[in-house]
Design a protein around this ligand. Structure first.
Ligand SMILES: [Zn+2]
Ligand SMILES: [Zn+2]
Ligand SMILES: [Zn+2]
Length: 236
């Protein structure tokens, strides 16, 4: 191997029965770098992936030297040209290298690069324009959707209602009523009744307070919604 070839292909790595150049791996189309330390023997590529890629390469013929094992394909989808990485360099392919994103690839010609990058730009601009258009209807639907505060209060009300139903205050009150005739004889029966009555009233007041809160929130948000819709209608 000449020094010039090493400069093009990058260093060589061996793991098990596999030996590969760093650039030959980086620019292979059917493989991506795992970048996990356990695979560091093959520049961050897993042995299984490289084995699969070698298999894939047995069906790919190099456009330059006309031999098998050409895994570095042109990035343009419609272009079916494949190369060995050094062959691609020799042929003057355009090399795309983004070490930050871990994206490596090549275009067989400047034409292929121009076609692909123009397409990418037009789809990107189409996406941003379609993002901007539905902004107004989105606001409109937001006004009609239920208030999150209202939803939370409803949830609190339901959970509190379950709590009241499950809480022993009402059964205890009824139970203490049974003992009320004994109040003359035993002061504890009266005490039990008073305590359970206070507990029950507290629960009831809390429940009523939550109902009131829910009513206020629903009423206020409905009013605010109407006002907002009115303002929107007058601005049109
Ligand atoms: Zn190589
Ligand atoms: Zn070749
Ligand atoms: Zn191409």
């Amino acid at each position: 191997m000449t020094l010039e070839l090493t400069r093009i292909t990058g260093p060589l790595a061996t793991k098990g029965c596999l030996t590969a150049h760093q650039n030959c791996l980086l620019y292979s189309s059917g493989i991506c770098c795992e970048n996990s330390p356990e695979f560091d023997d093959l520049f961050g590529f897993s042995v299984d992936d490289v084995t699969d890629e070698v298999k894939r390469g047995t069906k790919l013929w190099c456009d330059k030297c006309k031999k098998k094992g050409a895994t570095a394909g042109c990035e343009r989808r419609q272009c079916k040209k494949s190369f060995h990485y050094p062959c691609a360099i020799e042929k003057g392919a355009v090399v795309i290298e983004d070490a930050v994103k871990g994206k490596y690839g090549l275009y067989c010609s400047e034409d292929c690069q121009a076609v692909t990058e123009n397409k990418k730009q037009s789809t990107a601009s189409r996406q941003t324009s379609s993002f901007r258009e539905p902004e107004k209807p989105k606001n409109h639907s937001n006004a009609a959707s239920p208030n999150p505060g209202c939803f939370l209060l409803a949830l609190a009300l339901i959970s509190f209602y379950i709590y009241v139903l499950c809480h022993p205050s009402l059964p205890v009150l009824l139970y203490s009523l049974l003992y009320l005739p004994l109040a003359a004889a035993c002061v504890h029966a009266l005490l039990l009744f008073y305590l359970s009555f206070i507990l029950f009233v507290c629960n009831l007041l809390l429940w009523l307070f939550l109902v009131l809160c829910l009513y206020v929130v629903v009423f206020m948000s409905g009013d605010a919604r109407k006002r907002a819709l009115g303002a929107q209608a007058s601005s049109w």
